[in-house]
Ligand binder design. Structure first.
Ligand code: 13P
Length: 260
């Protein structure tokens, strides 16, 4: 299981360092890693604070919320995979719905980001999910299938083992309207099934995270579902106590069940 904190455009470098210092001091031993996904400008401060904490990467890791798929060149404002690796990042989010909706990222663009991550040694956290209109129209599986098929079309079967997938229904992001454990499990089951068609038995080992209004109160019921292997959390990851409570919820489920 994995607990991923997507801070979005929140926390300055100074605030991020203070956050990590406090979080690392209070983190109880557990087999659930925390992954901090910080704004670009806070990544060096997070890296330094993680190093100072002396916690191993299996317990506290970090990454970026985005990257560009080219290696270098005239792409004003963009950041490459190797630049992130140099800072110690292990993860990068690819195709978050906010990137898709606000910044116009297509399935093709997201797919190029995913393969760039895998080829350079970053773990992509590949985000998919339907809008409310798509759900109401009964198109959840059609949308998820298209996002998976196009977004992952460049990966070889072996490369699927380097992938993390996040199911984030757009209607649940930042709304307080969380998917029910059954709705989430249904979508995750479908995703697992599609992944199996794409990479065979490797699909069993891929972490498929749920994101969208996860909080300390609902985290255990969601994580208890058989095909949910972790959480990608926005708002509830911005306060140390709340992230610690989420971590404790994930750890409880993880010890109760054998999870990926
Ligand atoms: P919230 O947890 O704030 O709903 O955000 C979810 C999300 O988008 C994480 O990537």
């Amino acid at each position: 299981m994995l607990l991923c904190a997507n801070w979005k455009m929140n926390l300055s470098a100074k605030e991020a360092a203070e956050f990590i210092n406090t979080y690392a001091r209070s983190l109880v031993p557990s087999s659930v890693p925390t992954v901090i996904l910080a704004p670009f400008t806070a990544i060096p401060a997070v890296a330094e604070a993680v190093k100072t904490s002396a916690l191993p990467r299996e317990r506290l890791a970090f990454g970026a919320q985005n990257l560009y798929f080219e290696s270098f060149g005239a792409f004003t404002g963009e950041v490459s995979a190797t630049m992130l690796l140099e800072l110690g990042c292990q993860y990068a989010v690819c195709g978050h719905s906010e990137r898709r909706q606000i910044f116009g990222e297509t399935d093709e663009i997201v797919g190029k980001k995913v393969i760039r991550c895998v080829e350079t040694g970053l773990t992509p956290i590949f985000c998919i999910g339907e809008t409310l209109d798509e759900r109401k129209a009964g198109n959840v599986e059609i949308v998820l299938k298209r996002q998976l098929d196009v977004g992952l079309s460049r990966l070889t079967e072996d490369q699927f083992s380097k992938l993390v997938v996040a199911y984030e229904p757009v209607w649940a992001i930042g709304t307080g309207v969380v998917a029910t454990p059954e709705q989430a499990q249904d979508a995750h089951h479908f995703i697992r099934h599609r992944l199996k068609a794409m990479c065979g038995e490797t699909a069993k080992r891929i972490h498929v995270l749920y994101g969208g209004s996860v909080n300390p109160q609902n985290v255990e019921s969601l994580m208890g579902q058989p095909d949910i292997d972790g959480a990608l959390v926005g708002g509830a990851s911005l306060k140390v106590d709340s992230l610690l409570a989420l971590h404790s919820g994930c750890s409880k489920v993880n010890t109760a069940k054998l999870k990926r």
